[in-house]
Design a protein around this ligand. Structure first.
Ligand code: OAD
Length: 236
């Protein structure tokens, strides 16, 4: 085991207040494509045509088709060793918060309990008009709410605010943490990425787990290069 792995393991072992920020990279080994980098969704699709309120306003059918395609991919996927290691970490840590940018629900399926979904949840259907949420999607090509409004996926689109209560809890957890573990995110999308420096400014040691260098790698206290599904079980 390398010195960096040992250092990360020691930091996590000693800590009683841990916050974790995950991104698409943690689900990559489950077969769910990331957004950026090789094979990333934003290589083949344009976010402004699929992941903005304006795109949905222009062409709700196309946007729904894309989200239903992603739901199918996710439904076939299983949580991996990285997701499971974070459940183990939660079980043994007195104060633990998992902040995820992922909308896939794989942390829930792995068994994590305290999850803050800052970018929403792809499995939620929300009425654009009245805000009502429903789990089951009516089987019509363009699904509507009982009030007549269009249903949309319960994710945060570019240009939209994050759910404020969830965000406040995420900021609080980041400010209180003595270790902030960042897994599989390019850390390019704000405000979520800002939690890393916020946690560090408030005294947390930052551990980064990623296949590649990111903009935060230079300032992280420990950088671990490799797949989350292999690294997390070694440090937890
Ligand atoms: P990105 O696709 O931007 O970044 C994925 C990161 O995971 C990259 O830094 C990869 O190097 C890394 N990675 C890939 N496979 C990995 C593995 N097996 N183990 C460890 N790391 C791995 O995804 P996010 O940072 O999550 O927004 O993207 C942030 C937001 O941008 C998403 O939540 C989404 C997107 O547009 C919304 O949906 C609002």
């Amino acid at each position: 085991m390398t010195a960096q792995l040992l250092q990360a393991r020691e930091l996590l072992r000693k800590s009683t207040r841990i916050a974790v920020l995950t991104g698409a990279g943690i689900s990559a080994e489950s077969g769910i494509p990331t957004f950026r980098g090789a094979g990333g969704l934003w290589k083949d699709f344009r976010p402004e045509e699929l992941a903005t309120p304006q795109a949905f306003g222009r062409d709700p059918q196309t946007v729904w088709e894309w989200y239903l395609w992603r739901r199918d991919l996710i439904a076939q996927a299983q949580p991996n060793a990285g997701h499971r290691a974070l459940v183990e970490l939660e079980n043994r840590t007195p104060e633990f918060t998992l902040i995820t940018q992922n909308v896939d629900g794989l942390h829930d399926r792995a068994g994590s309990r305290r999850i803050l979904k800052v970018h929403g949840d792809i499995w939620i259907n929300r009425c654009r008009a009245c805000g009502r949420e429903m789990g089951q999607l009516p089987s019509e090509p363009l699904p509507h709410c009982a009030c007549g409004g269009l249903l949309r996926p319960g994710v945060v689109w570019f240009g939209e605010s994050l759910p404020q209560d969830v965000w406040r809890e995420a900021e609080h957890a980041a400010s209180q943490a003595d270790v902030f573990l960042v897994v599989g995110t390019s850390a390019l999308v704000y405000p979520a990425a800002g939690l890393i420096s916020f946690a560090q400014q408030n005294g947390a040691a930052v551990i980064e787990v990623n296949l590649e260098q990111t903009t935060f790698s230079d300032t992280a206290d420990v950088c671990l290069r490799g797949p989350a599904g292999e690294i997390l079980p070694q440090i937890i």
